[in-house]
Every structure is written in C-alpha cells, then in structure tokens.
Design a protein around this ligand. Structure first.
Ligand code: P61
Length: 471
C-alpha cells in the first residue's frame, strides 16, 4: 500500500482546482426532450422518477449506484473473466483486493449490497434483538426487520438538522448507544450497524475517533460492530480533510485503519468500487464466515461467485484499487462541491456540510406551504424532471416507509431530494445545467401544489409507488 498522498496538479501548487485524473475515451449519446415529452413521461411514471425510462432522462442523478464509468483497466479486466462455476481466478483476485484494502481475512461475494445485508442479517440477528445504527438505510433496515430485528437510530442529533455544520454528522451518539445497552442488555443487541458515510443524512462521514470509541464500547459488552463500507473511501477522504493527524495519510491507509476497528463489513460495490454490479461481505470471525459461506449458496450462488460473473469480480477487484487513490477521490468530491457552490451562491436550501456522493436539497425549505403528507421531496423531484429532464430521487417520507408495529408513515425530520453524482460520468458543464435548473425550480417554488399517493407497494414503496398531482 502506498504511503504517499497523491495530490492533484492544482492542489500541489496550493490552488483550488481539482480536475479529474483521467480523460474520456468513449462517449454515450444523450437524448434531449421537449417539455411536452416530459409532461407525458412523468404522468406515465406516476410522478415517480424510479418509473421513468432512462431514454426520457437527460442528466441522470437518480443514483451513484452502478452508474459509474469503468476505466480502461477495468474493461480490460472484463476480458479476463474466468467463468468457471467454481474457483474462478477472478474470485481470488477480488478476495485479495478486499484483504489488502479493507483488511478482513474472510470474504463472501454477493450480487450487490442488499444480498450481503440479507446474509448478515440472517446470520447475526435473533428474533426480537435490537440493531442500533447511525440512521436507517432503506434496504439495510428492511433486511434487519425481516430477520426479526428492531432497528434503533443512535446517530448524533446534528444529523437530523440540515443546517448544522458539524464535520462528522455520521457519528454515533455514544450516550444513546450506552443507554440502549443499559436498558435492553447487551445480549439483546444483535450488533451495531455502522455506515460510513451515512447516505440518508446527506452522505455525512463518521470520524475515526467515533469508530475507535464504539469499538472499545462494543468490546467491553461483547457486542459486534459491523460496517456498511459502501462509501468508506469517501468517508476516508473526509477524515483526511477534517480530523487531526490524518492530513498526510493516504485515503487507503485511513480506510484500512477504520476497518481495523470493526469486526466485519458489507459493501454495495456499485458505489465506491466503480463497477456496475457487485457486492461482498467480509468478517474476522471464522465461525461466522462459515455460516455466511453456507448461506450464500442458498441465496446468491456458490461462495466463489456469489451471483456474479467472473468478469464482474475482476472489474470490482480493479475498481477497489482505483477507488483508494487520493487524486480520484479529490476529483470525485470536487465535482459534488462544484455543484454545491453554484447552488449556495443562489441560497438554495440543502443539507450542509455537503457530503461525498450527492447534493441533498431540503424540500421543506423549497416548499414550506406543503405538509409532509403532501410529499414535498417527491414533488421537487417531479418539478426538476419537468424543468430540464434531470432525474433525482426522493429521500423523505416516501422513502422512510411505514412503522412495522403501527402501520403509520414514518415522518423523518429530513425531507430531501437527492441529486446524486455518478463517478467519472458527467462533465462540469452538465453540473452547470443542473444548477440552473434547480435555480429555476427554486424560483418557481411558490406555485408547487404537492402530490397524493395512489398506489403503494408493501416493501420499499418508494421504488414503485405512484402519485397524482394535487390541484
Ligand atoms: C443508492 F433508493 N444505495 O444510494 P445495493 N447500503 C448503502 C447504500 O447506499 C445502498 C445499499 C446498502 C443505493 C441504491 C438504492 O432506497 C434505495 O447494491 C449505504 O443497492 O443492493 C444502496 O446496496 C444497498 C437506492 C438502494 C434506493 C435503496 O442509490
């Protein structure tokens, strides 16, 4: 592992520029649409951006998941796919990459993040146990609940306030966790579920100090600490930038140290790892590994492919190494910040500080006239699409779903619309288009009327729910 922090050209000279450490070799045409096309497409999609056809989208900021551009190295790796049912050489390369960069000895591949969440939830949760975590994530919480667990949010209060400027709004509030352990007993806690960065809070990082404290606390009580490493490299960038003593350490070393304070991790490799599909689980405990390795053959595929083709595992192994590079991460987060700065100049309300993978617009700030039951964030996503064909994602009351006990909506404090930036895909000029569109929608904010839900699926409703405009 390199001990040198690779800095961009601008940064080496103390300048603000952060340009990408790559150039473009292949392009994919985009289709421009007219407003009347978009009105029809949105109506056909029940005002849900998940139900739009991507051909009807101009700039797709729905997600950074599986939407990354792979490097020429990764594409070359695809040609080295060893599509053996068992013992593919690409699995061993992936295993080695995870051992090297994340430091866990035992690795199980899965088709994507939720496959890994399913397995860890089944293996590590007893019915009725509590699973404290630093804010919920939709698929993570659902798998914990389906396994009989009860999710408890123990994130710091600052995470729920979009205007709070604390540098590590992903931290666990250790006092909240200690109280839960005291009230329920350590034996009734399945494990602590720590995500770095915290997606639903706006991509907010967890500090090294926090993970160290958590680890010590968990060890005292015999509780395991598992990490959602989906955007850990982005988290490591924030530690390098904001936490004392890390400025001269490479992101790779910071991420490795972070993992050393945890008992295992799962990952949706579709984010940090720069691939279009893939995931994994990795642990330190051999007996837990054996259980996971047995479960994977039931739900995903043999333990040396986990639902993936050999070529996918090769691309992931190479992508993991690329994701640890400082100049890559500086450019990735630099692009997110570029868009944020444009929006800040126009005083557009959004979650602060801006996180690693997206801008989270504060839909309450856009539409104070709408009740949360009129779906302000969903409304904002619909308006942005109508304005310029930009696709964003609701992260508010629709995403939060219903309480399993009472059946009522969860009403999260954060009512957000996410502009998620895929890695190595869009240009700075695309960011200008997005900024101007957000401004136009913000300027027209007084006219928004909200939506009502007319179809609601049982699980993860935000993916397939349908809405109609309120008049
Ligand atoms: C996303 F609307 N994220 O942010 P999988 N952990 C974390 C994730 O961000 C994550 C997964 C686990 C997505 C895709 C997505 O409500 C939604 O590989 C921190 O997607 O199975 C995924 O990994 C799950 C979008 C997922 C959603 C759930 O866009």
């Amino acid at each position: 592992m390199s001990e040198i922090v690779h800095r961009t050209m601008g940064q080496q000279s103390g300048r603000r520029s952060w340009a990408e450490p790559w150039k473009i070799k292949m392009v994919e045409p985009l289709r421009m649409t007219r407003r009347e096309d978009r009105v029809k497409a949105l109506a056909d999609a029940g005002c849900n951006t998940f139900l739009l056809r991507s051909d009807d989208v101009y700039i797709d900021l729905l997600t950074d998941s599986g939407t990354n551009a792979m490097s020429d190295r990764q594409w070359a790796g695809m040609m080295l796919g060893d599509e053996a049912y068992a013992g593919s050489r690409n699995f061993y390369h992936l295993e080695e990459a995870i051992q090297t960069w994340y430091g866990y000895p035992y690795v199980v591949p899965t088709h994507q993040g939720r496959g890994a969440e399913h397995l860890i939830s089944r293996a590590a949760i007893r019915k009725g146990q509590y699973v404290p975590g630093n804010m919920y994530f939709t698929t993570t919480r659902l798998h914990q609940e389906l396994a009989g667990g009860i999710f408890v949010d123990v994130i710091v209060d600052a995470a729920h306030d979009p205007t709070d400027l604390s540098p590590f709004k992903g931290d666990v509030d250790v006092g909240k966790l200690e109280r839960l352990i005291a009230e329920r007993g350590a034996d009734n806690i399945a494990y602590v579920s720590l995500a770095a960065t915290v997606n639903m809070a706006g991509g907010q990082p967890v500090s090294m100090a926090n993970v160290k404290t958590l680890h010590a606390l968990c060890q005292r009580h015999g509780i395991r600490l598992f990490l959602d490493a989906t955007r850990l490299m982005e988290n490591a960038f924030f530690i390098q930038e904001r936490e004392g003593g890390y400025a001269d350490q490479p992101i790779a070393a910071i991420a490795h140290e972070f993992c050393s304070h945890t008992d295992g991790a799962w990952m949706s490799a579709k984010k940090d790892a720069l691939v279009n599909i893939g995931g994994w689980l990795a642990v330190r405990d051999q007996s837990l590994f054996e259980e996971l390795r047995n479960l994977v053959v039931v739900y995903e595929g043999l333990h040396t492919y986990g639902g993936l083709a050999g070529r996918d595992m090769e691309a992931m192994a190479i992508g993991i190494a690329e994701s640890t590079q400082d100049d890559h991460m500086r450019a990735r987060i630099g692009q997110v910040r570029y868009l944020a700065e444009l929006l800040q100049d126009w005083a557009v309300p959004m979650v602060q500080p801006v996180g690693g993978h997206a801008i989270f617009l504060d839909a309450r700030g856009f539409y104070p006239q709408l009740a949360q039951s009129e779906f302000p964030a969903q409304t904002l996503a619909a308006e942005l699409y109508l304005d310029s064909g930009i696709r964003s994602m609701e992260r508010g009351v629709v995403s939060a779903g219903r309480d399993v006990e009472t059946g009522d909506h969860h009403y999260p404090k954060l009512e957000l619309t996410r502009l998620t930036i895929p890695r190595r895909v869009y240009t700075q000029a695309h960011m200008d288009v997005v900024a101007e569109s957000v401004k136009a929608v913000y300027d027209a904010r007084a006219e928004a009327r909200g939506l009502r839900m007319v179809y609601e699926p049982k699980y993860l409703r935000f993916f397939q729910a349908r809405f109609e405009p309120l008049s």
